[in-house]
Design a protein around this ligand. Structure first.
Ligand SMILES: [Ca+2]
Ligand SMILES: [Ca+2]
Ligand SMILES: [Ca+2]
Ligand SMILES: [Ca+2]
Length: 323
C-alpha cells in the first residue's frame, strides 16, 4: 500500500510490505488508557508510551524544558497546544525487543538496530496537553490535608467558602484565616475552650481559632503577634520566619497570639506559602497529523490520536492573593 488515510480513528491497523516480502502488522493501539511517562532536559521534553505486546513506543519530543505535568493555583484544569514541526515531533517505533524509560531519559538516541519500523511526523497538525487536577472525593476527603474535611470547609457550597478572602477556597487553604498559624496547628491545641465542642476557640468569641485572625481578641492580629519574625534574617537568607507560635514576651508559657496580656506587634504583610501535594492527569491528544515511514516514505494521516495519559503527584503552590 502506498498511501493509507484514516480519519477519526484512534485505533489503526496498518499492513505494510517489507522489501523481503514479509508482512508486518503495526497497531497504533494507543488511547486514554495508555500510560505515559516523561523526561525533561533544560530545553526539551520527551513524553512517551512503552508497550511490550508487541514491543513498540510512541513519543512526542518538544522544545520545552519546563513541562511538569502539573500546574500551580486554584484552577481545576488547564491545556496548551504545540504545533508539530521539525522541532516538535511525534515518532512511532516498532521494536524487536523491549526498552525501558532509560531509552529516552538522556538525549533521544538515533534509530537503533532494534527498530523494526519507524514513523516520524511531518510538519503540520498539533499536540494538545489537557491537564486536570484530581481532588479526593467522599465524606472524609480533605484535599488540603489540614484535618478539616472538604465538606466542613465548604467545597460544595456556592460560592465556595474562603474565610480569609485570599482567593484560595478553604478546602485548598492550609491556613484558613491567613494568620500564619496553620489550621492543623490551630485545631490541635489542648486545654482550650472549644467552639461547638469541636474546634479550639481560645477567646470564646464564637469563631474557632482556625478561622479567627485575632485568636485572643486583644485587638492585635495574630499575624502581627510575631515579634521575632525578622530576628535572624540575613542577606543570604532574607526570608521572614513566619511563626506567631514561638513568641512569649511575658514568659508565662502562653504564646503572645493566645495571650491578651501580651499586645506587642510587628506589622507583617507576608503569608506562609500554601503548598499542597496534588495528583494531576495529563491526556495528550494529537490532531491532524501525518506520520511518514522512514524506510519507504509511506504516509499515514490521522485526524485524532490519543497518545495516552500521564499521572503525576507533585507538591505545588496554591497561592494566596491578598490585596
Ligand atoms: Ca483549609
Ligand atoms: Ca491560621
Ligand atoms: Ca487563628
Ligand atoms: Ca496577644
Amino acid at each position: 500500500m502506498k498511501n493509507v488515510y484514516f480519519f477519526g480513528f484512534v485505533l489503526l491497523s496498518l499492513l505494510a510490505s517489507c522489501d523481503d516480502g514479509e508482512l508486518i502488522v503495526t497497531n497504533f493501539d494507543f488511547d486514554s488508557d495508555t500510560s505515559l511517562q516523561f523526561c525533561s532536559t533544560e530545553t526539551e521534553t520527551v513524553i512517551f508510551a512503552l508497550e511490550t505486546d508487541p514491543n513498540e513506543t510512541i513519543f512526542f519530543k518538544f522544545n520545552d524544558g519546563d513541562f511538569t505535568g502539573s500546574f500551580q493555583g486554584t484552577a481545576i484544569d488547564t491545556s496548551f497546544t504545540y504545533n508539530v514541526t521539525d522541532d516538535n515531533q511525534i515518532i512511532y517505533r516498532s521494536l524487536s525487543s523491549s526498552i525501558t524509560a532509560d531509552y529516552f531519559c538522556n538525549t533521544i538516541p538515533p534509530t537503533q538496530s532494534n527498530v523494526k519500523e519507524e514513523y516520524v511526523s511531518t510538519n503540520g497538525g498539533t499536540v494538545t496537553f489537557n491537564i486536570t487536577v484530581n481532588s479526593p472525593t467522599g465524606d472524609d476527603a480533605d484535599t488540603d490535608g489540614d484535618g478539616v474535611t472538604d465538606i466542613v470547609e465548604g467545597k460544595n457550597e456556592s460560592p465556595q467558602k474562603d474565610t480569609d478572602g485570599d482567593g484560595v477556597p478553604d478546602y485548598l487553604d492550609k491556613d484558613d484565616d491567613n494568620d500564619n498559624v496553620l489550621t492543623q496547628i490551630e485545631n490541635n491545641l489542648s486545654n482550650q475552650p472549644t467552639f461547638e465542642d469541636t474546634f479550639p476557640d481560645t477567646d470564646e468569641d464564637g469563631i474557632p481559632n482556625y478561622l479567627d485572625d485575632d485568636d485572643d481578641n486583644d485587638g492585635i492580629l495574630t499575624r502581627y503577634e510575631d515579634l521575632n519574625a525578622a530576628d535572624n534574617i540575613t542577606e543570604e537568607d532574607p526570608d521572614l520566619n513566619l511563626n506567631p507560635t514561638d513568641d512569649d514576651t511575658n514568659q508565662n508559657g502562653i504564646p503572645n497570639y493566645l495571650d491578651p496580656e501580651d499586645t506587642g506587634e510587628l506589622i507583617i504583610e507576608e503569608f506562609k506559602a500554601n503548598e499542597l501535594s496534588r495528583n494531576f492527569t495529563t491526556v495528550v491528544l494529537a490532531e491532524n497529523i501525518s506520520l511518514k515511514n522512514t524506510s519507504n516514505n509511506e504516509e499515514i494521516t490521522l485526524e485524532t490520536l490519543v497518545m495516552g495519559k500521564l499521572q503525576v503527584t507533585k507538591t505545588v503552590e496554591v497561592e494566596s492573593q491578598i490585596e
